[in-house]
Design a protein around this ligand. Structure first.
Ligand code: BTN
Length: 247
Protein backbone atom coordinates (compact mmCIF):
# COMPACT_ATOMS: atom_id res chain seq x y z
CA UNK A 1 0.00 0.00 0.00
CA UNK A 2 1.42 3.38 -1.04
CA UNK A 3 -0.21 6.55 0.30
CA UNK A 4 0.52 9.79 -1.47
CA UNK A 5 0.67 13.28 0.09
CA UNK A 6 1.19 16.44 -1.93
CA UNK A 7 2.56 18.30 1.08
CA UNK A 8 3.15 17.08 4.63
CA UNK A 9 5.36 18.06 7.58
CA UNK A 10 7.29 14.79 7.45
CA UNK A 11 6.43 11.36 6.08
CA UNK A 12 7.96 9.84 9.22
CA UNK A 13 5.58 11.90 11.37
CA UNK A 14 2.61 11.04 9.15
CA UNK A 15 3.47 7.33 9.33
CA UNK A 16 3.64 7.57 13.14
CA UNK A 17 0.27 9.33 13.30
CA UNK A 18 -1.36 6.68 11.09
CA UNK A 19 0.55 3.70 12.46
CA UNK A 20 -2.41 2.11 14.25
CA UNK A 21 -4.59 2.16 11.13
CA UNK A 22 -1.99 1.11 8.54
CA UNK A 23 -0.69 -2.41 7.85
CA UNK A 24 2.88 -3.65 8.11
CA UNK A 25 4.74 -2.55 4.99
CA UNK A 26 2.63 0.51 4.24
CA UNK A 27 4.51 3.35 2.52
CA UNK A 28 3.79 7.07 2.65
CA UNK A 29 5.32 9.21 -0.07
CA UNK A 30 5.22 13.01 -0.22
CA UNK A 31 5.93 15.50 -2.97
CA UNK A 32 7.11 18.12 -0.47
CA UNK A 33 7.91 18.00 3.26
CA UNK A 34 7.72 21.19 5.28
CA UNK A 35 9.53 19.75 8.31
CA UNK A 36 11.62 16.89 6.91
CA UNK A 37 13.67 15.23 9.61
CA UNK A 38 17.31 14.15 9.31
CA UNK A 39 19.43 12.15 11.72
CA UNK A 40 20.71 13.62 14.98
CA UNK A 41 17.94 16.20 15.17
CA UNK A 42 18.95 17.85 11.90
CA UNK A 43 16.40 18.85 9.28
CA UNK A 44 16.13 17.38 5.79
CA UNK A 45 15.41 20.09 3.25
CA UNK A 46 12.52 18.76 1.18
CA UNK A 47 11.03 21.68 -0.71
CA UNK A 48 12.03 20.92 -4.26
CA UNK A 49 9.32 18.46 -5.31
CA UNK A 50 11.95 16.86 -7.54
CA UNK A 51 13.16 14.32 -5.03
CA UNK A 52 11.80 11.20 -3.39
CA UNK A 53 10.65 11.38 0.22
CA UNK A 54 8.99 8.34 1.73
CA UNK A 55 8.56 6.34 4.91
CA UNK A 56 7.88 2.65 5.34
CA UNK A 57 5.95 1.43 8.37
CA UNK A 58 6.97 -1.95 9.78
CA UNK A 59 5.44 -3.93 12.60
CA UNK A 60 8.05 -6.60 13.19
CA UNK A 61 7.92 -9.40 15.71
CA UNK A 62 11.58 -9.37 16.69
CA UNK A 63 13.15 -7.72 19.73
CA UNK A 64 13.88 -3.98 19.76
CA UNK A 65 17.67 -4.25 19.75
CA UNK A 66 17.49 -5.62 16.20
CA UNK A 67 15.70 -2.56 14.82
CA UNK A 68 18.81 -0.46 14.09
CA UNK A 69 19.91 -3.18 11.66
CA UNK A 70 16.92 -2.30 9.47
CA UNK A 71 18.71 0.90 8.54
CA UNK A 72 21.44 -1.16 6.91
CA UNK A 73 18.85 -3.41 5.24
CA UNK A 74 17.27 -0.33 3.67
CA UNK A 75 20.64 1.15 2.72
CA UNK A 76 21.59 -1.95 0.77
CA UNK A 77 18.13 -2.21 -0.82
CA UNK A 78 18.12 1.45 -1.85
CA UNK A 79 21.65 1.27 -3.28
CA UNK A 80 20.76 -1.81 -5.33
CA UNK A 81 17.48 -0.28 -6.49
CA UNK A 82 19.25 2.88 -7.60
CA UNK A 83 21.77 0.83 -9.55
CA UNK A 84 18.99 -1.17 -11.18
CA UNK A 85 17.31 2.05 -12.34
CA UNK A 86 20.57 3.80 -13.31
CA UNK A 87 22.66 0.89 -14.65
CA UNK A 88 25.74 3.05 -15.27
CA UNK A 89 25.96 4.09 -11.63
CA UNK A 90 27.60 2.24 -8.74
CA UNK A 91 26.11 3.73 -5.58
CA UNK A 92 28.21 3.22 -2.47
CA UNK A 93 27.22 3.16 1.17
CA UNK A 94 28.82 5.32 3.82
CA UNK A 95 28.26 3.32 6.98
CA UNK A 96 25.69 2.91 8.30
CA UNK A 97 23.17 4.48 5.96
CA UNK A 98 24.18 7.28 3.63
CA UNK A 99 24.21 6.45 -0.06
CA UNK A 100 26.93 8.14 -1.98
CA UNK A 101 27.59 8.60 -5.67
CA UNK A 102 30.89 10.02 -6.95
CA UNK A 103 31.83 10.95 -3.38
CA UNK A 104 28.67 12.94 -2.65
CA UNK A 105 25.51 12.08 -0.74
CA UNK A 106 22.40 11.18 -2.75
CA UNK A 107 20.32 9.47 -0.06
CA UNK A 108 19.76 9.59 3.69
CA UNK A 109 17.82 7.19 5.92
CA UNK A 110 16.21 7.90 9.29
CA UNK A 111 14.91 4.91 11.26
CA UNK A 112 12.65 5.58 14.23
CA UNK A 113 11.15 3.04 16.60
CA UNK A 114 8.16 3.19 18.94
CA UNK A 115 8.01 0.71 21.81
CA UNK A 116 5.02 -0.72 23.64
CA UNK A 117 6.39 -2.00 26.93
CA UNK A 118 9.44 -4.02 25.98
CA UNK A 119 8.13 -4.87 22.49
CA UNK A 120 8.28 -3.04 19.18
CA UNK A 121 5.04 -1.21 18.40
CA UNK A 122 6.37 -0.10 15.06
CA UNK A 123 9.47 0.94 13.17
CA UNK A 124 9.42 3.72 10.60
CA UNK A 125 12.17 3.84 8.00
CA UNK A 126 12.28 7.24 6.31
CA UNK A 127 14.20 7.61 3.07
CA UNK A 128 15.13 10.74 1.16
CA UNK A 129 16.69 10.31 -2.29
CA UNK A 130 17.88 13.26 -4.37
CA UNK A 131 16.47 12.27 -7.74
CA UNK A 132 15.95 15.10 -10.21
CA UNK A 133 17.15 18.18 -8.29
CA UNK A 134 19.74 20.12 -10.29
CA UNK A 135 20.47 23.15 -8.10
CA UNK A 136 22.05 22.92 -4.64
CA UNK A 137 22.88 25.71 -2.23
CA UNK A 138 26.59 26.59 -1.89
CA UNK A 139 26.51 25.07 1.57
CA UNK A 140 25.27 21.68 0.28
CA UNK A 141 27.09 21.68 -3.05
CA UNK A 142 30.30 20.29 -1.59
CA UNK A 143 28.78 17.12 -0.18
CA UNK A 144 25.33 16.58 -1.75
CA UNK A 145 24.26 15.76 -5.26
CA UNK A 146 21.38 14.12 -7.13
CA UNK A 147 21.03 11.15 -9.42
CA UNK A 148 20.11 13.39 -12.34
CA UNK A 149 23.09 15.65 -11.74
CA UNK A 150 25.49 12.71 -11.73
CA UNK A 151 23.98 10.61 -14.52
CA UNK A 152 22.10 13.18 -16.66
CA UNK A 153 19.10 10.84 -16.50
CA UNK A 154 15.75 12.25 -15.37
CA UNK A 155 13.58 9.59 -13.72
CA UNK A 156 10.04 9.04 -12.61
CA UNK A 157 10.30 9.08 -8.79
CA UNK A 158 7.48 6.59 -8.45
CA UNK A 159 9.37 4.03 -10.57
CA UNK A 160 12.40 4.43 -8.32
CA UNK A 161 10.23 4.08 -5.21
CA UNK A 162 8.76 0.83 -6.50
CA UNK A 163 12.25 -0.51 -7.19
CA UNK A 164 13.38 0.38 -3.64
CA UNK A 165 10.33 -1.37 -2.17
CA UNK A 166 10.97 -4.50 -4.26
CA UNK A 167 14.62 -4.72 -3.19
CA UNK A 168 13.72 -4.01 0.43
CA UNK A 169 11.09 -6.76 0.50
CA UNK A 170 13.65 -9.29 -0.78
CA UNK A 171 16.31 -8.34 1.77
CA UNK A 172 13.79 -7.98 4.60
CA UNK A 173 12.73 -11.60 4.07
CA UNK A 174 16.36 -12.69 4.44
CA UNK A 175 16.79 -10.57 7.58
CA UNK A 176 13.57 -11.89 9.12
CA UNK A 177 14.60 -15.49 8.47
CA UNK A 178 18.19 -15.20 9.68
CA UNK A 179 17.73 -12.62 12.43
CA UNK A 180 20.99 -10.87 11.65
CA UNK A 181 23.00 -9.38 8.79
CA UNK A 182 25.35 -12.31 8.10
CA UNK A 183 24.13 -12.63 4.48
CA UNK A 184 24.43 -8.89 3.99
CA UNK A 185 28.12 -8.63 4.82
CA UNK A 186 29.42 -9.40 1.34
CA UNK A 187 27.02 -7.27 -0.75
CA UNK A 188 27.11 -4.44 1.79
CA UNK A 189 30.89 -4.37 1.98
CA UNK A 190 31.15 -4.43 -1.79
CA UNK A 191 29.59 -0.96 -1.65
CA UNK A 192 31.12 0.22 1.61
CA UNK A 193 32.93 3.44 0.87
CA UNK A 194 34.69 3.37 4.26
CA UNK A 195 36.19 -0.07 3.70
CA UNK A 196 39.94 -0.09 4.36
CA UNK A 197 39.89 3.67 4.87
CA UNK A 198 40.96 5.82 7.78
CA UNK A 199 37.91 7.01 9.68
CA UNK A 200 37.37 9.32 12.60
CA UNK A 201 34.74 7.97 14.99
CA UNK A 202 32.89 10.83 16.66
CA UNK A 203 32.04 8.97 19.84
CA UNK A 204 30.38 11.21 22.44
CA UNK A 205 32.74 9.63 25.00
CA UNK A 206 35.74 10.76 22.98
CA UNK A 207 36.65 10.77 19.27
CA UNK A 208 39.26 8.39 17.91
CA UNK A 209 40.75 7.34 14.59
CA UNK A 210 41.31 4.00 12.96
CA UNK A 211 40.89 1.90 9.83
CA UNK A 212 37.43 0.58 8.92
CA UNK A 213 37.70 -3.20 8.40
CA UNK A 214 34.05 -3.95 7.53
CA UNK A 215 30.82 -4.82 9.31
CA UNK A 216 29.91 -7.70 11.59
CA UNK A 217 26.61 -9.69 11.47
CA UNK A 218 24.95 -7.06 13.66
CA UNK A 219 25.78 -4.15 11.40
CA UNK A 220 28.49 -2.78 13.64
CA UNK A 221 31.49 -1.18 11.96
CA UNK A 222 34.74 -2.92 12.89
CA UNK A 223 37.46 -0.34 13.36
CA UNK A 224 41.12 -1.11 13.98
CA UNK A 225 42.53 1.63 16.18
CA UNK A 226 46.04 3.03 15.81
CA UNK A 227 47.23 0.89 18.75
CA UNK A 228 46.09 -2.28 16.93
CA UNK A 229 43.02 -2.95 19.08
CA UNK A 230 39.69 -3.57 17.36
CA UNK A 231 36.51 -1.76 18.30
CA UNK A 232 32.97 -2.42 17.13
CA UNK A 233 31.05 0.76 16.49
CA UNK A 234 27.30 0.53 16.98
CA UNK A 235 25.27 2.44 14.41
CA UNK A 236 23.02 4.26 16.85
CA UNK A 237 25.80 5.79 18.86
CA UNK A 238 28.29 7.58 16.73
CA UNK A 239 29.05 9.31 13.51
CA UNK A 240 31.93 8.30 11.27
CA UNK A 241 33.81 10.66 9.01
CA UNK A 242 36.52 10.15 6.46
CA UNK A 243 39.72 11.92 7.43
CA UNK A 244 39.75 14.06 4.32
CA UNK A 245 36.13 15.06 3.96
CA UNK A 246 32.63 13.66 3.92
CA UNK A 247 33.40 10.08 2.79
C1 BTN B 1 19.79 11.80 7.18
O1 BTN B 1 19.97 12.68 8.02
O2 BTN B 1 20.67 11.45 6.39
C2 BTN B 1 18.45 11.11 7.12
C3 BTN B 1 17.49 11.85 6.23
C4 BTN B 1 16.13 11.17 6.09
C5 BTN B 1 15.17 11.99 5.28
C6 BTN B 1 13.89 11.26 4.98
S1 BTN B 1 12.90 12.12 3.79
C7 BTN B 1 11.56 11.05 4.11
C8 BTN B 1 11.55 10.79 5.60
N1 BTN B 1 10.77 11.80 6.28
C9 BTN B 1 11.53 12.58 7.06
O3 BTN B 1 11.12 13.53 7.74
N2 BTN B 1 12.80 12.16 7.01
C10 BTN B 1 12.97 11.01 6.15
Amino acid sequence: MILYRKEIDSTNLEAARLADTLPHGAVIMAEIQTAGKGRRGRSWVSNSGENLYFSMLLKPDFCPDKAPMLTLVMALAAAEAIESEYPDSKPQIKWPNDIVLNGKKICGILTEMQLEGSKIKHVIIGVGINVNQMEFSDENLTYATSLCKETSVKKDKRQLLEAVIRHFEQWYAVFEKEGNLQSFIEPYQERLTNLGKEVRVLDPKGAYQGTALGIDPYGELIVCKEDGSQIKVYAGEVSVRGLYGYV
